[in-house]
Every structure is written in structure tokens, then in C-alpha cells.
Design a protein around this ligand. Structure first.
Ligand SMILES: [Fe+2]
Ligand SMILES: [Fe+2]
Length: 264
């Protein structure tokens, strides 16, 4: 039977775990618009991963009270992270040298501008949706998290696998990758102690939110996984890994690896 350790190993050896997107982002300073387009796609995806939907209730329905509480703790700790991510994105965009925002705490204005950058740079991609500013790959990755609004047993078990992959990737790959690109690269002269970078300070490292999320979800999965449900849990893991990898591939190719820069 598949064990939680085997799933963790699968996640950490998937191509998305060490995706070249992070390295390319860290290698050369993207323009304000390229940074904005990246943040629009990333923040739209991240927003879809925060709501618990019916997932905790559905876990309770299967008799998994402790697991429901562990997932609820993760969901609760996500409150306010949307605006904090927008603030960090606005700050980074300003630090490219273009003083785009007077007020990086104006979430609506920042998010609008990020979307408009995405529209300017990515609207020509096949299937790009002008209403949402989403690439089809972002929409597909978001769709995986819509399953939290279905409460049948099969979907609920599958959602556990998706949650496991989400939290391990967030803690060990995505947040460290963003930190390398946004802070360690020096492109943006951004520091983790700046108030506008609070999102990063809150998520990164041994005391970060993602560390706790990862511990919670590993406990939730390992305490219920058995031979009757492990294949379903594994499917949920794959759904996450494949959909995020496709999103990173298209963003890397369209914005970073190709060296595309917007017209001045
Ligand atoms: Fe968060
Ligand atoms: Fe998380």
C-alpha cells in the first residue's frame, strides 16, 4: 500500500518541485509588467486554495473529526492573506523602478493593475480569458480546488491528497522559490523585514504558516490513509502537481524563459 512517505517522495521528485520558473525569475529582473502578469496568475491561483468550502464538513461526515479540525486550522490561518499578497506584489512592482502604486495597501487597485498587465502580455495565449485574466492552465489549477465545494466521499478523499501536495509544495518549493526570486536575487532590493513584505515573513521558514500547514495535513492524511482510499488520495496529489506544473510551464515560457519584455 502507498504510505504518506511515498506520497511526499512523489511530490518532492515531481518536476514542479524544482521548476525552472523560480530560477529564471531570480536570474534577471523582470519588468514591472512581467512581474505584474506573473503575480496576477499566481495570486489568482493562491486565492483558490484558501477557502475550505465544504471540505471540513465532508471530512466530519466520514467520521474524521480530528482531520476536519486540522484542515480548519489551515483555512483559519489563511484569513487576510489575499490583501497581504497584493501588498507584496505592489511593493515588488514599485521596486522594478516603475512607481506604479502610491498605496500598495489599496488591494483593489493593485489587483486591477496586475490583471491589466496580464491582459497586455498574455491575452494572445490560446484560451486566455479576458474577463478573469486567467490562462487556461491557471483556470484548470483553480478548478482542482473547486472540488472542495463537493462533499461526496470520493471527492473528499481525493481533496486530502490535493491538500497534502498543496502544503508540501507551498512550504518547501513555492515560498522558498518566491523568496529566492523576490528577496535573495536582490533585483527588487526587498527585505523580508519590510512591512510591505509581511506576506513572505509570515509564510517562509521554520516558524512560517506553511510549516504548520504541512504538519497538519501530513497528520490528517497519515491518520486516515489505508488500502481502501490510498489510490484516491494519490489521484488528488497528481491533480495538484500536474495542474500547477502546466501553469508554471506556460508562465515560464511566456514571461521568463523566452525573455519577453513588454513594449516600452
Ligand atoms: Fe497564506
Ligand atoms: Fe499553506
Amino acid at each position: 500500500m502507498t504510505t504518506t512517505d511515498m506520497l511526499i517522495d512523489r511530490i518532492k521528485t515531481h518536476r514542479v518541485f524544482d521548476h525552472p520558473l523560480y530560477e529564471h525569475w531570480a536570474a534577471a529582473p523582470p519588468s514591472a509588467e512581467v512581474s505584474g502578469a506573473l503575480f496576477h496568475q499566481v495570486q489568482s491561483f493562491c486565492a483558490s486554495t484558501r477557502p475550505g468550502g465544504d471540505f471540513p464538513t465532508a471530512l466530519r461526515g466520514l467520521g474524521w473529526e480530528e482531520q476536519a479540525v486540522l484542515i480548519e486550522e489551515i483555512v483559519d490561518s489563511e484569513s487576510g492573506h489575499g490583501p497581504e499578497l497584493a501588498t507584496m506584489a505592489g511593493h515588488i512592482v514599485n521596486r522594478t523602478g516603475a512607481q506604479v502604486f502610491d498605496d500598495v495597501y489599496d488591494t483593489e487597485r493593485v489587483e486591477e493593475w496586475l490583471k491589466s498587465s496580464s491582459d497586455r502580455l498574455l491575452a494572445g495565449l490560446p484560451g486566455y480569458d479576458l474577463a478573469t485574466g486567467l490562462t487556461p492552465q491557471a483556470a484548470a489549477a483553480i478548478e482542482v480546488f473547486r472540488r472542495r465545494f463537493s462533499s461526496d466521499a470520493d471527492t473528499t478523499v481525493r481533496n486530502l491528497g490535493t491538500a497534502l501536495a498543496l502544503e508540501i509544495i507551498s512550504n518547501q518549493s513555492l515560498i522558498p522559490g518566491e523568496k529566492r526570486a523576490l528577496i535573495d536575487s536582490g533585483h527588487y532590493k526587498a527585505d523580508i523585514d519590510e512591512p510591505e513584505m509581511h506576506y513572505m515573513a509570515e509564510h517562509w521558514g521554520d516558524a512560517g504558516a506553511e510549516q504548520q500547514h504541512e504538519a497538519n495535513v501530513i497528520l490528517a492524511v497519515s491518520s486516515v490513509m489505508d488500502s481502501s482510499n490510498s489510490a484516491r488520495i494519490e489521484e488528488g496529489v497528481e491533480d495538484f502537481l500536474e495542474s500547477l506544473c502546466a501553469l508554471w510551464d506556460v508562465l515560464d515560457a511566456a514571461l521568463l524563459a523566452s525573455g519577453l519584455r513588454p513594449a516600452a
